[in-house]
Design a protein around this ligand. Structure first.
Ligand SMILES: [Zn+2]
Length: 480
């Protein structure tokens, strides 16, 4: 039986029967692991002398052994040669654990001493092994127990000459692209290490250092000050460990950048409540507080048709309280008139009415406006802008794209109690893309005066819970 087939069969059998390992004690790894793939040549595999420090192990750092089982990590992590020793892998994992709380790390050692970059591609054989294919197979086994967080690459000594170095960069880019594709992780962090500066020739480090400008989510760690074990080729144990710490520093930085980039791009939700209904004060504000959401209340003095109806609206004192609780007070115009039917002068009066009321009650001048009945035209848009507004909301039931849409006609989804509107809202929330904005418009919660525009507290709660679960960013309109 050929060696490759045997290795694959061994891995499969161990996996299927979940039998113990022949090498070391098997460990229960039910917790999710942060996984790191270690690839390259001898300095990744480790050639430092095993010493006392090598005895320090942790239950929180596991390694996938030769047979595909998780064991407590200990040098040598690798098994490419009988003399594998201290490499950067373990000190990398120890440094990754620092200030990280509860995480557990799973290392996937796959380096092969002496391997040139050309054997790190699919189907390429290196003596009796297939470095790339086996690394992919082992990574996939590991990924059943955790999430692959990154790749550490240390290689180049075997390509460190005038002719091989010329093609090195293209091969390295291809290698990164292949790993990311085959592991289904298009943005997987990839960190390369400089080879020891004690090497006689100096071709590879210059090339490797151009990586971060050419390929996203990559970094290079320096080998400055690191020393060899006397052979001008391999790091000694202390230098290998220092290299591991440098890998960890670079990995933490790249992971942090990636997570802040994702959070910046998270979809944004704007919750807006129209007409200054009393239920906004009584029911909505407490629920918003419970979820930690901000919101925009578009207030007006709604025309009272029958006596007693005034009790259904907030007083200015209550509106001021909403402002004091941190919510945005927006302008819904003085008396809820259709702006498109007013002269420019009357339009300005209706808008200024709310500006003045806010000033009288110590509420900042609004910067967001909602057109009454969502009715607007190019004249009303222009006037709103001229009066110092930044945003104006309309209807239209579609997402708002700040790059292409008009900020003076921001579309919104009206939400009311009906299966159709509920489905439309949840669907809109489900399908929103990163960097898109979705604005929701509510009236009374519930609405006593106009049941057609009512939203129950239960539905509002359900929508809030959905937004929370999806970790969308909820902002007031002024903060767009
Ligand atoms: Zn309204």
């Amino acid at each position: 039986m050929n060696i490759k087939l045997r290795i694959v069969l061994e891995l499969m059998i161990c996996l299927l029967l979940n039998i113990g390992t022949f090498y070391g004690q098997k460990v229960n790894s039910n917790n999710t692991l942060d996984l790191y793939l270690l690839i390259g040549q001898s300095n990744m595999a480790g050639r430092g002398v095993i010493d006392d420090e090598s005895q320090h192990t942790s239950e929180n750092i596991l390694t996938l052994d030769k047979t595909g089982n998780w064991v407590v990590a200990k040098d040598p992590l690798h098994f490419d040669k009988p003399y594998a020793g201290v490499g950067p892998g373990l000190s990398f994992a120890q440094a990754m654990l620092e200030d990280q709380g509860k995480i557990k790390i799973g290392l996937i050692p796959c380096a092969w001493g002496g391997s040139p970059i050309k054997v790190w591609s699919s189907g390429a054989k290196y003596f009796e092994n297939f470095p790339y294919d086996e690394a992919i197979a082992r990574a996939k086994i590991a990924m059943q127990k955790g999430q692959l967080k990154g790749i550490l690459w240390h290689q180049g000594e075997s390509d460190n000459d005038a002719s091989r170095s010329v093609v090195y960069f293209e091969k390295l880019k291809e290698l990164i692209a292949n790993f990311r594709k085959d592991l289904n992780a298009p943005n997987l962090p990839f960190i390369a290490g400089e080879i020891g500066r004690f090497n006689q020739a100096d071709y590879i480090n210059k090339i490797v250092n151009t990586l971060p400008t050419e390929v996203e989510n990559t970094a290079v760690v320096s080998s400055e000050g690191l020393v060899d074990k006397g052979d001008q080729l391999h790091f000694d144990s202390a230098s290998a460990r220092e290299l591991g710490k440098r890998y960890a520093e670079a990995m933490k930085k790249i992971l942090k950048e990636a997570s802040s980039a994702t959070s910046k791009k998270r979809p944004k939700i704007v919750l807006t409540f129209d007409d200054a209904e009393i239920t906004h004060y009584r029911n909505v504000a407490p629920l918003l507080k419970k979820y930690g959401f901000n919101a925009t209340f578009f207030v007006c003095e709604f025309p009272i048709k029958k006596s007693g109806q005034e009790n259904e609206y907030m007083t200015w004192k209550q509106i001021k309280e909403l402002h004091q609780q941190g919510f945005e007070i927006g302008n819904h115009t003085g008396h809820h008139k259709n702006l498109t039917k007013l002269s420019p002068d009357d339009m300005k009066k209706e808008i200024a009415y709310i500006d003045e009321k806010c000033q009288a009650f110590g509420i900042p001048k609004p910067v967001s406006l909602a057109y009454p009945g969502n009715r607007n035209d190019s004249i009303s848009q222009r006037i709103v802008k001229e009066m110092g507004y930044k945003y104006a909301r309309a209807g239209g039931a579609k997402n708002y794209n700040p790059k292409t849409d008009n900020p003076f006609a921001i579309p919104s989804f009206t939400v009311i109690d009906s299966e159709k509107y509920k489905a439309r809202t949840l669907n809109g929330l489900k399908n929103i893309q990163n960097d898109e904005i979705l604005v929701l418009t509510f009236h009374g919660v519930p609405d006593v005066l106009d049941p057609d525009y009512s939203t129950s507290i239960e539905l509002l709660d359900e929508i809030f819970a959905f937004i929370k679960e999806k970790k969308y960013k909820v902002v007031a309109m002024r903060d767009l």
